[in-house]
Design a protein around this ligand. Structure first.
Ligand code: SF4
Length: 389
């Protein structure tokens, strides 16, 4: 197919596809799906070989957020029955991180609910970063604490953070439909602050919130312009108790086309398969490894993922290998541009994602709803139970 040949050639040259080409990937028929995956897989292998980077989420503070992001289970007014707890102590957080590292994770993502950190919160997280690095100096640490204010990015960098995550989530044009308590511009500003402080920027999207193909292409093109080192691709987990509970819009095929489009537009960036993969890709997850070069191991912030050992088996069975700490994730030109920081810079926190009930039709009756696959996290950080890693 001419379209795919063109996109492969552009991806190998790190050349930006046209909007029309990106839209055409999303519009390909299911009959062509394996051709699309094979084409984007060539681009993935050019820049990342067959390596899969594992990342591990630690939810430092869960729920009770004053912001109203509709996709988020931790939002203001959320009725989702998630774990709610305040800041983990540095030793609790480093213990949780250690479980992920023992399971094969190369990066730990420290995430806290809230609009953004206070200076005291930054002190707290700095101590946590130091505790994690004391235990394992090779582990990469990404912080995801919301909107940053002056000097906070520099302080996190000084404490040893390698990366900072703040997702754009959706297009600028539709941002106001999903969140009213902060703006798209606020989000872009925080990513710029992280980059200016020498942190590896991680910024991605959430697909499946009812957006159009144009919206998806808009946000991915905006990400290309923002130039983060890693782009997490989340698929909305429509939690009961959140405004988007009935947004069951994705099929495994659609999810794969979205990942392929992201790979073609951001060819040499760490594309991370993030929240919602088990729910929406289901048995097609191994195909996604041909597109993304990074995944989260274990559980997400407020929901449970598949068993860590199942992830490791899936990677091995699909013919991929877990990336070790002795390997630089990013292609040379990107790692050098970053100035030798942690060298793999990705990160990208799964969406906290839930919201409120929309009444009328029970969600279980929404066509395509797989509420049976959504399990609220009840183990790991903030509980007495062992984590999934
Ligand atoms: S995404 Fe973050 S800021 Fe938005 S409601 Fe969830 S925890 Fe709060």
């Amino acid at each position: 197919m001419d379209l795919l040949n063109t996109l492969v050639e552009k991806g190998l040259r790190r050349e930006l596809p046209t909007r029309e080409e990106a839209l055409a990937v999303l519009a390909t028929p299911d009959d062509d799906l394996l051709d699309v995956v094979a084409a984007a897989g060539k681009v993935r292998r050019q820049w990342f070989g067959r390596r899969v980077k594992l990342n591990y989420l630690v939810n430092l503070k869960s729920g009770l957020c004053p912001e109203d992001c509709s996709y988020c289970s931790q939002r203001l007014g959320s009725k989702a029955e998630i774990l709610k707890y305040t800041w983990l102590k540095p030793d609790e957080a480093s213990q949780a991180a250690a479980a992920g590292v023992a399971g094969g994770a190369k990066r730990v993502c420290l995430v806290a609910s809230g609009r953004g950190p206070t200076d005291r919160d930054v002190d707290r997280v700095s101590k946590t970063i130091e505790a994690i690095k004391e235990q394992n100096e090779d582990v990469e640490v990404c912080a995801c604490l919301g909107l940053l204010s002056g000097g906070q990015a520099e302080r996190l960098r000084a404490a040893g953070a390698d990366a900072y995550n703040h997702n754009l989530n959706t297009s600028e044009g539709t941002y106001g439909d999903i969140t009213t308590t902060h703006t798209y511009a606020d989000r872009v500003d925080t990513v710029h602050q992280a980059q200016a402080a020498g942190l590896s920027a991680c910024s991605g999207l959430i697909a499946g919130m009812g957006e159009s193909d144009d919206d998806l292409v808009d946000v991915v093109f905006s990400l290309r312009e923002l130039d983060p080192d890693s782009v997490p691709v989340n698929f909305l987990i429509p939690f009961e108790g959140t405004p988007l509970a009935k947004e069951w819009n994705l099929t495994p095929q659609r999810a794969l086309r979205i990942l392929a489009m992201v790979r073609f537009v951001c060819p040499d960036v760490e594309v991370r398969l993030a929240g919602g993969r088990e729910v929406h890709l289901r048995s097609m997850q191994p195909l996604a490894l041909h597109l993304a070069n990074s995944i989260f191991l274990g559980d997400y912030l407020t929901s449970e993922g598949q068993a860590g050992q199942t992830d490791l088996d899936m990677i091995a069975d699909a013919g991929f290998e877990v990336e070790g700490t002795d390997t630089t994730t990013l292609p040379e030109h990107r790692a050098e541009a970053l100035g030798g920081g942690c060298g793999s810079h990705s990160g990208g926190c799964a969406p906290c994602g839930d919201s409120e009930p929309a009444a009328e039709v029970p969600t279980a009756d929404v066509p395509g709803a797989r509420t049976d696959l959504v399990a609220v996290r009840r183990r790991g950080a903030g509980t007495d139970l062992a984590p999934n890693a």
